[in-house]
Write a protein of this length. Structure first.
Length: 575
C-alpha cells in the first residue's frame, strides 16, 4: 500500500486520534524521508529511553562508559550506597590512598548519565584543580573545566575550582546565585569549623547533592564531625546542645556508641585498608646517615651559630625571624640552597654593615665548596647508578633542585624538573617525559602535589620537611593504588644536624612509616603542635646536641601517647 493512500484518521473518524488535518501530510512526508526502518537507530533510541526510566541504582550504567577506569569493588559498593541509600549526600571518609576521587567520579558520572545532574561544582585545593579537571575528562569522559575567570561560573556546567578562590568576591556572589545539582568538596576536613568562610560558603550554596571527601573527619574534637554532618543533613545529630549531651562524654570520647554509629551510617562511608580487598605493595624505608665534609661541617656550624644569635635578637625585638628559619633549613639541604636567602638578607635595607660582613663571609664559605664535592649530591649519583631504574628526588628548595639537575646532567643522567608554577600543559609534558624518556625527576614540594607516579617506585628525600605529613604526601605520589612494585624510600640524614634528629624521630621513635595511613594526621591534630616552630625553638635554645636530642625524645613520647589515646578512643570505628 502506498503511503499517500493511507486514510486520514481524522477524516475517517478514528475516535482516539487528535491529529489535525493540516499535520497529516507532514506525517506522510516524514514516513518517506526519515529512517524509520533503521534497526540500529531504533535500538539506540530504545536504550536511551530505558536509561531514563531505570527505577534504581542497583547496577551502575557508567561502568560501561569509562574504559580508562577499572574501579575496585569497594569503590563500586560505595558509589551504589551513596546513590541508593544516602540520596547523594555523604561524607566519603576512606583512608588515604583508597581512591575517594574515583568514588566521587563514579557518582558524578552516574548522575550525569541518568540526567539527574547537569550543573556540578567541584571545590578542591588550588594545587589539585588541574588534576581533578584532567581526571574527570580523561578517566570519566566528563566535560569538566577549570575555573579561570569570572565568566567561567556561568559558562560551564561542570566546573572545578579552588575553594579559596570561590569564597572570595566577586566569585562568591556569582556562585551563590546559581543552582547546583551536585557539589563535591575535596579535603573537606577544612570545613570542620562552622565559623569559617569555607563552612559558610558550602552551607549557603544552593545544591541538591553534596559529597564531602576527607580521610580525617575527626582530628581533635567530635564537634568537628557534627559540623560536617550539619552541612549534609541538618538535624541528623540533633541540635548542638542535643549532640553534646547525647553523644559526647569528653571532646574526643563519645558515648551511646551504638546510637551514634547508626546515625553516622546514614551520612558517612569509611573504607579501611585493614578490611582487605585492596592490595598495596610493601614500603621499604631506609635511613642513610652520612658525614659532612670538613668544609661543609664548618659552613653548617657557622650558619647555625649565626642563625641562633640573630634569632634571639630578632625575637626580642619582635622582628621577622622567618628568613633565619629558612636559612637554617636550607643549609641542611645544600650550600647552594642557602645562596638566595643570604643574598636577600644582604640586600635588605635594615641589615647593618656589621651584619652584612658576616653574611658576606657565609656566602664566601658557600662558594668555596665545589658543587661536585657536596656529600649529599655524590650520594644521589650513587643511588641513581645503583638503582638503574626511575627515581624521583624530592627537595624543598628550587636552588637545590637546580643543583641536582646540573649534577645529574654532568654525569650523563637524563633528568627533568617538576615544580610549582608549571602550567597544566608543562606538568603533563614533564610527567610524560619522566615516564617515557628520563630516568630521574627532581621535584620540589609544591610541584609534587597532586601528581600520580605509580610507574616509579624509588623515592629519595634529599632533604626532609619538618612536618611529617609532608613527607607522607611525597611518598604518596608513588605508593598508592595502582603501584605494582614494592616502594623504596631513601631518607638522607647528615650526622650532627637537625636532620639526624628528625629521621630518628620519624623512623625510630614514632615509627611513622609503619603507621596505618591517616593515623599520623590525627596524631598531629590531637597534639595541637606546630612542629616546625617547636623544632626551631628547640634548636635555638638547646646548649648541646644532647639537650636537643632529649627534646626530640620527649616529642616522640608525646606522639606515642597521642597514638595510644587514639587507639583507645577508636571513635572512627563507629562509622
Amino acid at each position: 500500500m502506498k503511503l499517500d493512500s493511507l486514510p486520514n484518521p481524522l477524516v475517517h473518524g478514528a475516535p482516539d486520534c487528535i491529529i489535525e488535518d493540516s499535520l497529516f501530510p507532514q506525517f506522510l512526508e516524514r514516513l518517506e524521508t526519515d529512517n524509520w526502518d533503521n534497526w540500529t537507530l531504533f535500538q539506540l533510541i530504545r536504550k536511551a529511553e530505558e536509561t531514563k526510566v531505570v527505577p534504581s541504582f542497583d547496577e551502575l550504567l557508567c561502568l560501561q562508559h569509562i574504559p580508562a577506569v577499572i574501579p575496585y569493588p569497594h569503590q563500586i559498593t560505595t558509589a551504589k550506597r551513596v546513590l541508593n541509600e544516602l540520596q547523594g549526600r555523604a561524607i566519603l571518609a576512606d583512608e588515604v590512598g583508597l581512591g575517594k576521587t574515583i568514588e566521587a567520579g563514579l557518582i558524578l558520572k552516574e548522575y550525569v548519565m541518568r540526567g539527574l545532574v547537569k550543573k556540578a561544582l567541584i571545590l578542591v585545593p588550588a594545587s589539585l584543580v588541574l588534576q581533578w579537571t584532567r581526571e574527570l575528562n580523561e578517566k570519566f569522559n566528563i566535560s569538566a573545566f577549570a575555573q579561570r575567570n569570572e565568566w567561567s561560573w556561568t559558562t560551564y556546567d561542570i566546573l572545578v575550582s579552588s575553594i579559596d578562590t570561590t569564597k572570595r568576591e566577586p566569585h562568591r556572589s556569582t556562585v551563590l546565585e546559581q543552582d547546583w545539582d551536585l557539589v563535591i568538596v575535596d579535603e573537606a576536613h577544612k570545613l570542620k569549623n562552622k565559623k569559617t568562610k569555607n563552612w559558610e560558603l558550602i552551607n549557603q550554596l544552593r545544591k541538591k547533592y553534596l559529597l564531602l571527601l576527607t580521610a580525617t573527619p575527626i582530628q581533635n574534637d567530635l564537634k568537628e564531625l557534627y559540623n560536617l554532618i550539619t552541612l549534609l543533613k541538618p538535624g541528623q545529630l540533633g541540635s548542638t546542645q542535643q549532640f553534646a549531651s547525647t553523644f559526647i562524654e569528653e571532646k574526643r570520647k563519645p558515648k551511646n556508641a551504638a546510637e551514634l554509629k547508626s546515625a553516622l551510617s546514614e551520612v558517612m562511608i569509611r573504607n579501611k585498608r585493614s578490611e582487605g580487598g585492596v592490595f598495596f605493595t610493601k614500603r621499604n624505608v631506609k635511613s642513610i646517615p652520612l658525614d659532612l665534609s670538613p668544609q661543609e661541617r664548618e659552613l653548617y656550624d657557622a650558619v647555625s651559630s649565626f642563625v641562633k644569635e640573630e634569632y634571639v635578637k630578632r625575637r626580642a625585638e619582635k622582628g621577622n625571624v622567618l628568613p633565619l628559619i629558612t636559612l637554617q633549613r636550607e643549609i641542611c639541604s645544600s650550600p647552594y640552597a642557602a645562596f638566595p636567602t643570604l643574598e636577600r638578607m644582604y640586600k635588605d635595607p635594615k641589615t647593618s654593615e656589621s651584619l652584612k660582613s658576616r653574611i658576606m663571609q657565609l656566602n664566601q664559605m658557600c662558594q668555596a665548596i665545589p658543587l661536585g664535592e657536596y656529600t649529599k649530591g655524590k650520594l644521589v649519583l650513587e643511588l641513581v647508578a645503583q638503582a638503574n631504574d626511575k627515581m624521583i628526588v624530592f627537595t624543598e628548595y628550587r636552588a637545590s633542585q637546580d643543583y641536582l639537575l646540573y649534577m645529574l646532567e654532568q654525569n650523563g643522567v637524563k633528568a627533568i624538573p617538576f615544580r610549582g608554577g608549571f602550567k597544566r600543559g608543562k606538568k603533563d609534558w614533564m610527567t610524560e617525559l619522566f615516564e617515557k624518556r628520563a630516568q630521574v625527576m627532581v621535584a620540589t614540594e609544591a610541584g609534587g602535589e597532586g601528581i600520580n607516579l605509580q610507574f616509579c617506585n624509588q623515592v629519595i628525600n634529599f632533604d626532609l620537611p619538618w612536618n611529617p605529613m609532608r613527607i607522607e604526601q611525597r611518598i604518596g605520589r608513588v605508593h598508592r593504588l595502582g603501584q605494582e612494585r614494592d616502594v623504596c624510600v631513601y631518607n638522607m640524614a647528615t650526622r650532627g644536624t637537625i636532620e639526624e634528629h628528625i629521621v630518628s624521630l620519624l623512623q625510630e621513635k614514632i615509627r611513622m612509616f609503619e603507621m596505618v595511613i591517616g593515623e599520623l594526621d590525627m596524631i598531629i591534630g590531637r597534639m595541637g603542635k606546630n612542629l616546625e616552630n617547636d623544632i626551631m625553638e628547640w634548636f635555638v635554645s638547646s646548649n648541646s646536641e644532647q639537650e636537643l636530642a632529649a627534646r626530640f625524645d620527649q616529642l616522640g613520647q608525646h606522639v606515642e601517647q597521642a597514638k595510644q589515646e587514639i587507639l583507645k578512643d577508636t571513635f572512627l570505628d563507629y562509622v
